[in-house]
Design a protein around this ligand. Structure first.
Ligand SMILES: [Zn+2]
Ligand SMILES: [Zn+2]
Length: 354
C-alpha cells in the first residue's frame, strides 16, 4: 500500500478548497519531507484563494501565474516534523520538529545571491504560493537549509512566525530602536499587526499606539502591551493623536488601504518614517514638496529573509514575547477558516492542526 498525503487545494479561484489524496513524495538531494503539525491561515492565503492582489486604481496582479499552477495547496506558516530526508541532506534528521522558511527564490538572481530570496526577481518557488504548502498532512521542502529549529517555543504560535511574525520583525527592524519620548504607531491589528505589537517593545524600545477600526482588535492589542489603541475613523482621531504626540516618529501600516496609508503618513512628525506592509490595495498621493520639507521616509517591507527569521526565533527564545491569540481548527476546516478571515472575524491567528 502506498503511503498517502491529504491536502486541501485551490482548484478554482474563489471556490471552496478541494480535498485531495496523493502519494507521499520522496525527497531528492537535500530535500526534506515534513509531516505538518500546524499551519497558520494568513491574509495572503486569501489573495491566493481569490486569485489576485489589488494594486489600486482598478489594477490587479493575478496570483499564482494566472491559474497555471492550479490546483495549488496554500499555506506558508508551517511547523512540522521531519518525516524523510533526501540522500544528500546532512543536518535534517527524522523526528526533528522544525519551522519552515517558505520564501524560497530561484537562488541565482542578485537578491537571492544577497540572501534576500523573499525579494527574488527570477522564478520564485515560495511554499504555499508557487509550490504546494501546508494545508496538508505533508509537504516537500526543497532544501534542508529552509528548516529552522524552534527549540521549546510553542509550535502553534511559532508557525505564525514564518510569515506574520517575520513580516512584523522585518518591518520593525527597518525602524530600529526609538529614543525615549518618540512614538510608534501601528495601523491594523490583524495577525501581522498583533505580532508587531508583541515584538514592538523588544525591538524598538517603546510600547506602540495601535489604530484599528475593530474594537475587539484594539482590545487584543492592549492585551499584548499597546500603550493606547484608537479608532482611526473616530471624529478628530488624527488631530488628537498629533496633539498627544506631536506626530509619531515611526509608523507601520499593516492594512495597506488608501485610508490606512493616509492616516499613518499624515501622523508622522518631521523626520519620521513610515513602513508600509499591508497589501489590501490602493493608490496614495504624496505631496512631494511636503515630503521633502518634512524630511520623512517611506519604505515598503515584504515578508523577510531566512536570516531575519532565524534572528526572530532567537529573539522569541530570549525575550518572552507576549503570545498573540491562536484559535485551533482541524485541517478539514480550511475553507471555513479562509471565509472567517475574509469576513474579518479572526482575532490573532487561526492555526490548522493537521
Ligand atoms: Zn532569485
Ligand atoms: Zn502570510
Amino acid at each position: 500500500m502506498t503511503a498517502m498525503l491529504r491536502c486541501y487545494q485551490v482548484a478554482e479561484f474563489g471556490q471552496p478548497l478541494v480535498a485531495a489524496d496523493k502519494p507521499l513524495p520522496v525527497p531528492e538531494g537535500r530535500g526534506v519531507l515534513v509531516k505538518v503539525a500546524h499551519c497558520g491561515v494568513c491574509h495572503s492565503d486569501l489573495h491566493i484563494w481569490e486569485g489576485f492582489f489589488d494594486l489600486g486604481g482598478g489594477k490587479r496582479v493575478v496570483a499564482a501565474s494566472n491559474g497555471a499552477l492550479l490546483p495549488l495547496t496554500p499555506g506558508h506558516e508551517i511547523v512540522g516534523v521531519v518525516a524523510a530526508t533526501g540522500p544528500e541532506a546532512r543536518a535534517a534528521k527524522t523526528g526533528q520538529r522544525r519551522l519552515v522558511f517558505p520564501w524560497i527564490g530561484c537562488g541565482t538572481c542578485p537578491p537571492c545571491r544577497d540572501g534576500n530570496e523573499h525579494l527574488c526577481g527570477g522564478a520564485q518557488k515560495s511554499i504555499g504560493i508557487f509550490a504546494d504548502g501546508g494545508y496538508a498532512t505533508h509537504l516537500l521542502v526543497p532544501d534542508e537549509r529552509y528548516l529552522v529549529d524552534i527549540g521549546d517555543l510553542d509550535p502553534a504560535l511559532a508557525c505564525t512566525y514564518a510569515c506574520s511574525g517575520l513580516t512584523a520583525y522585518s518591518a520593525l527592524k527597518k525602524i530600529g530602536h526609538l529614543q525615549d519620548g518618540h512614538d510608534l504607531l501601528i495601523v491594523g491589528a490583524g495577525g501581522v499587526g498583533l505580532n508587531a505589537v508583541a515584538l514592538a517593545k523588544a525591538m524598538t524600545g517603546v510600547a506602540p499606539i495601535v489604530a484599528d477600526l475593530d474594537p475587539a482588535k484594539r482590545e487584543a492589542a492592549m492585551q499584548l502591551g499597546a500603550r493606547d489603541a484608537i479608532d482611526p475613523r473616530a471624529e478628530g482621531a488624527q488631530k488628537a493623536l498629533m496633539k498627544a504626540t506631536g506626530g509619531v516618529m515611526a509608523a507601520v501600516d499593516f492594512a495597506g488601504t488608501e485610508a490606512s496609508f493616509g492616516f499613518a503618513y499624515g501622523s508622522l512628525r518631521k523626520g519620521g518614517h513610515l513602513v508600509s506592509v499591508g497589501l489590501l490595495g490602493g493608490v496614495a498621493t504624496i505631496s512631494i514638496g511636503l515630503h521633502v520639507m518634512k524630511g520623512v521616509r517611506f519604505s515598503g517591507s515584504y515578508v523577510g529573509s531566512l536570516a531575519e527569521l532565524k534572528e526572530m526565533i532567537a529573539l522569541a527564545q530570549t525575550a518572552a514575547l507576549p503570545a498573540l491569540p491562536i484559535s485551533h481548527r482541524p485541517l478539514a476546516e480550511a475553507t471555513a477558516s479562509l471565509a472567517a478571515l475574509k469576513a474579518g472575524q479572526v482575532i490573532g491567528r487561526i492555526v490548522l492542526d493537521a
